[in-house]
Design a protein. Structure first.
Length: 166
């Protein structure tokens, strides 16, 4: 892998960058990335349930490589972000901001007024991303996530108002 002077992966000029809805055919690749990125990754079943529920599941690819993906659920005028992941070799290059921007635009064009999410309180990278993107902390859910063998972790609940004029 080669990097340019800004530390971003140097991609060939002719490589395509494309959004693609996630399907069951993508699950092996996506579950493998989830496993690399989380202490408690989503299983194949979790992704299948999300598809069955009709949730938005978008992937982003560079050529044949998966950059990342997000899964979100719309309920009336609210959209809940359920999963956002950037593959390790693409992290710290601005791709998560790109995924968040895509989710925000999709939500606005689907009459949503608010984005919601939960994040582990120990996940400093994600908290920084969300704060920088415009989310505010609105509460805590104690013991929300599985953690160690007999322990649970608090979730930070965050919300962002969407600009309905866009
Ligand atoms: C959190 C995650 C999605 C960020 O993806 P990314 O593509 O690396 O993020 P970006 O390069 O777009 O960075 C956007 C901002 O996020 C924050 N950020 C991202 N990685 C960071 C790191 N390692 N340390 C500190 N801040 C970080 C910064 O504010 C950054 O802005 P900056 O580069 O101007 O400082 C990625 O690290 C990931 O997939 N982690 C594992 C899965 C996960 O935790 N998902 C969130 C679940 S709630």
């Amino acid at each position: 892998m080669t990097f340019n002077s800004q530390g971003k992966q140097a991609l060939p000029h002719d490589v395509s960058v494309q959004w693609t809805p996630l399907t069951e055919l993508d699950l092996d690749a996506v579950v493998a990335i989830d496993k690399q990125c989380y202490s408690h990754p989503w299983s194949v079943g979790n992704f299948k349930d999300a598809f069955k529920a009709g949730n938005l599941a978008q992937g982003l690819k560079v050529g044949e490589q998966w950059v990342g993906y997000y899964v979100a659920m719309q309920v009336l005028d609210e959209v809940h972000l359920l999963n956002i992941t950037v593959a390790p070799s693409f992290q710290r290059q601005g791709w998560a901001r790109c995924l968040m921007q895509s989710l925000s635009l999709w939500s606005q064009t689907h009459q949503a007024t608010t984005l919601w999410l939960e994040v582990r309180e120990s996940n400093a990278r994600a908290l920084k991303l969300y704060h920088a993107f415009g989310f505010e902390q609105v509460g805590l859910r104690k013991d929300y996530y599985p953690s160690g063998r007999n322990s649970r972790e608090t979730a930070v609940v965050m919300r962002m108002a969407l600009n309905s004029t866009q």
